[in-house]
Design a protein around this ligand. Structure first.
Ligand SMILES: [Zn+2]
Length: 280
C-alpha cells in the first residue's frame, strides 16, 4: 500500500486494496481558499458568520484532501487523459424547464454529448426533458431526490435519496445504478464505503466552472481561459440558470478549435469497467 503523508487513519482504510493515485481537483480561482485566510476584527454577528464559513471551509478542505487520495474505482474525479483531447461536461441540478432546453439546443448545435446529474423529484416532474437528453445521446447521473444537505442526513437518509432517484432514472434509461454526485459535493466516509461495497461509484469532478457564484459569465469565461481545463477533466456546471449556457456559447467553439472532443461519463453497468475502456 502506498501512503500519502499526513492521512488520518480512516482515510488510510480506504486506500487498502484499491491502489492509490493522486486525483486532480482544480478551480479557475482560489475564492474558496481565501475564506480561510481572512483575519481581523469584526462585529459579533459577522464573527459568527465567519466562524460558520470557517467550519464549512474546513469540511470542504477535508473532503478535497480525501478526494485527492481516494482511488478512481471509488470516487471518479477525472478521466485518464489518454492520447485524445477529451473533456467531460457535467450539469447538475436539472432538469429545469426554463433553462435546460436552451442548453440542450446549444449542445446539439455543437454535437456535444454530456452527463446530466438529475434531481430525482425534478426528473419525475419533467419527463420530456429527461427523454430528450437520452434521445440526444447524453447520459444520466444521480444527484439525490431533493438536493438536501448530506452533512445533516444519516447514512440511511442519504441512501433513501439516492435509491429513490435511481428508481425514477431507471424508468428512463434502464440503468439500475447511476453514478452518484452528492448535493454540493458533500459526502461521508460511510456513504463512500457503502456505495463501494455495492460496486456503485461517486462521480465527482476535477474542474469547477464556478457557474453558481452569480458572477457575470464573461468574468467566469476569462477566469477559465486563464487556467483552462486539461484533457480528461470532468467539468462541473449547472443547468438551473442560464449562466453555463452563456459561458458555453463562447467556450465550445474555442474548445472545438483547439481540438477537444466531448464525451459523457461512464455510468450504470460500465461504471465497473476500467476507466480506459468506457469511452462511448
Ligand atoms: Zn447540486
Amino acid at each position: 500500500m502506498r501512503k500519502s503523508p499526513g492521512l488520518v487513519p480512516n482515510e488510510d482504510i480506504l486506500c487498502v486494496g484499491f491502489g492509490w493515485r493522486q486525483q486532480p481537483l482544480r478551480t479557475p480561482s482560489t475564492t474558496r481558499v481565501d475564506y480561510a485566510c481572512k483575519q481581523g476584527f469584526l462585529p459579533v454577528p459577522a464573527q459568527r458568520a465567519r466562524q460558520r464559513r470557517m467550519v464549512a471551509m474546513i469540511g470542504w478542505l477535508k473532503r478535497m484532501r480525501l478526494l485527492r487520495c481516494l482511488p478512481a474505482a471509488v470516487v471518479l474525479t477525472a478521466m485518464p487523459p489518454g492520447g485524445a483531447r477529451e473533456l467531460y461536461l457535467s450539469f447538475d441540478d436539472g432538469p429545469d424547464p426554463q433553462y435546460t432546453p436552451a442548453l440542450l439546443d446549444l449542445l446539439r448545435q455543437h454535437q456535444v454529448r454530456a452527463t446530466f446529474f438529475l434531481i430525482g423529484s425534478k426528473a419525475e416532474r419533467h419527463p420530456q426533458l429527461v427523454r430528450r437528453m437520452l434521445d440526444e445521446g447524453h447520459r444520466l447521473g444521480n444527484h439525490s431526490w431533493s438536493h438536501p444537505d448530506f452533512n445533516r442526513l444519516s447514512l440511511a437518509g442519504m441512501m433513501d435519496e439516492i435509491d429513490r432517484t435511481d428508481r425514477v432514472l431507471q424508468a428512463f434509461d434502464g440503468v439500475l445504478h447511476h453514478g452518484v454526485r452528492p448535493p454540493s459535493g458533500a459526502f461521508s466516509l460511510a456513504l463512500t464505503l457503502r456505495l463501494a461495497r455495492e460496486r456503485r461509484r461517486l462521480l465527482y469532478w476535477s474542474y469547477d466552472s464556478l457557474d453558481y457564484q452569480h458572477r457575470p459569465p464573461a468574468e467566469l469565461v476569462a477566469a477559465m481561459r486563464a487556467q483552462p481545463p486539461r484533457p480528461g477533466d470532468v467539468l462541473l456546471m449547472h443547468d438551473d440558470s442560464d449562466c453555463c449556457t452563456r459561458m458555453l456559447e463562447t467556450l465550445l467553439p474555442q474548445w472545438r478549435s483547439e481540438g477537444f472532443e466531448f464525451r459523457p461519463l461512464p455510468t450504470g453497468a460500465d461504471l465497473g469497467a476500467t476507466a480506459e475502456g468506457v469511452h462511448a
